[in-house]
Ligand binder design. Structure first.
Ligand SMILES: *Cc1c(COP(=O)(O)O)cnc(C)c1O
Length: 427
């Protein structure tokens, strides 16, 4: 349609960029069809759970104060539990982010003398301080919880030979991170997670298997809780919030474990009975309703970008044809200018703050300057189109999200337009 090309031109994207996009998109039809099918299944799963639990307009009402009998909150937790096929779930705006949800799941179910084992190598950066790998105030280590880790093999697979050696009498929780996060290993499929859980349970049947599910929700038709995980944990400003949840995290799993999380989140004795939902419920429900198709859009964007930049000769992780288990895409530019131009393009395509220019800066917690592009409705939301790149070799940019496929596509084309403008790519 020529009006589309014209509109792209009006927004500053030249024809050669649009045409390359068209060419690449035409090769992805089959993969996009598969993604749509997964989204269709997951959409049914969510709607079915909402119907089964009789979600009604009363669920969206504002609750304040202690939050006793907060109907919307209690029902939403049943909806989550049904979608994840778990006995129970804790879904709260008082869980401030993914790290908090993970810290909560761990601290609620570990006691002094217990050991936590990661069988998926080094966990996500922020968990280093939660666990106490990097000494930190309030860490599990300070409370007498020990930690050990089984690194992944060189090809990124589980080390089945060394896992048994790491599981002892005091091993209480085994943690598995589904997404690679911002590491270079591959992300795990739910099936692979199921294999390692079965393996661990054979060694020690009463061990609690927890999966960090961040960025993985709704990418497949099954979740780690369908293959034996006792707890799955994630953030509502990623996939399951569908772009609408303004805050929050969830933990879904066995009733006893979730009950413990409730006591840890609020207070012993009070548990899940308190915690007013403060008017966020409509966004939590509607976001969860949208999450399957939002995740599909983000996934299409990641695959589209992988194929465009692979075609231009860059190293992309995952590559253009690999199967996907999360929504993160990395592109290695080999020089800072590439990372910067890419991020400026993503920013320029945003619905919010498109007029600001991101610059690399010394962000706390990072060992190099970092450039971040985000023009999001929810601050820091990474289910919305966003990108960041540490200014250090191999000069890779990590990007993720896109609430709609046309917007994800616009962002990627704009990133390429900026690379062409800066003379880094020629078309
Ligand atoms: C994002 C993420 C987290 C932490 O979530 P925050 O909301 O940023 O605290 C943990 N693990 C993985 C794999 C993630 O992607």
């Amino acid at each position: 349609m020529s009006v589309i090309t014209e509109m792209y031109r009006e927004m500053g994207i030249r024809n050669s960029v649009v045409n390359l996009g068209k060419e690449i998109e035409a090769t992805l039809k089959e993969r996009f069809d598969t993604i749509d099918e997964i989204a269709e299944y997951n959409q049914l799963k969510v709607v079915h759970a909402m119907q089964k639990n009789h979600v009604s307009a009363a669920c969206f009402e504002y609750a304040s104060g202690y939050g006793y009998d907060d109907l919307g909150r209690d029902k939403l937790e049943k909806v989550y539990a049904d979608v994840f096929h778990t006995e129970s779930a804790l879904v709260r705006p008082q869980i401030t982010c993914g790290t908090h949800a993970l810290a909560l799941a761990l601290s609620a179910n570990l006691r002094p003398g217990d050991e936590l084992v990661s069988v998926a190598g080094k966990p996500y950066d922020t968990l280093e301080e939660v666990i106490g790998i990097r000494p930190s105030k309030g860490s599990l280590a300070e409370y007498g919880v020990s930690y050990s880790q089984v690194d992944l093999l060189e090809d990124g697979s589980f080390d089945f030979e060394n896992i048994p050696k790491a599981i002892h009498d005091n091993t209480k929780i085994v943690t598995i991170q589904r997404s690679k996060g911002y590491q270079t290993r591959p992300s795990f499929s739910v099936e692979q997670i199921g294999e390692v859980i079965a393996f661990v349970k054979k060694i020690k049947p009463d061990v609690i298997c927890m999966v960090d599910n961040c960025y993985g929700e709704f990418v497949e038709t099954i979740e780690p809780s369908d293959v034996g995980a006792d707890m799955v944990v994630g953030s509502l400003i990623k996939n399951p919030g569908g772009g609408l949840a303004p805050i929050g995290g969830y933990i879904a799993g066995r009733e006893e474990l979730i009950e413990n999380c409730g006591y840890r989140l609020t207070s012993p004795g009070l548990g899940r009975e308190v915690g007013a939902s403060l008017g966020v419920m409509k966004d939590f429900y509607q976001g969860f309703f949208l999450a399957p198709t939002v995740t599909a859009s983000a996934l299409k964007g990641a695959i589209f970008a992988a194929n465009i930049y692979e075609k231009l000769g860059y190293h992309v992780i995952p590559n253009g044809s690999e199967s996907r288990h999360d929504i993160i895409q990395a592109v290695e530019f080999g020089k800072p200018e590439g990372v910067i131009a890419f991020c400026k393009g993503i920013q320029a395509a945003a619905p919010v703050d498109s007029h600001v220019t991101p610059e690399p800066w010394a962000m706390p917690g990072y060992d190099s300057d970092v450039i971040m592009a985000a023009g999001a409705f929810v601050q820091g939301s990474s289910i919305e189109l966003s990108a960041d790149g540490p200014i250090k070799p191999p000069y890779a940019v990590y990007f993720q999200g896109g609430l709609t496929w046309p917007h994800a596509k616009l962002g990627i084309l704009m990133s390429l337009e900026y690379l062409v403008r800066d003379g880094i790519v020629s078309l």
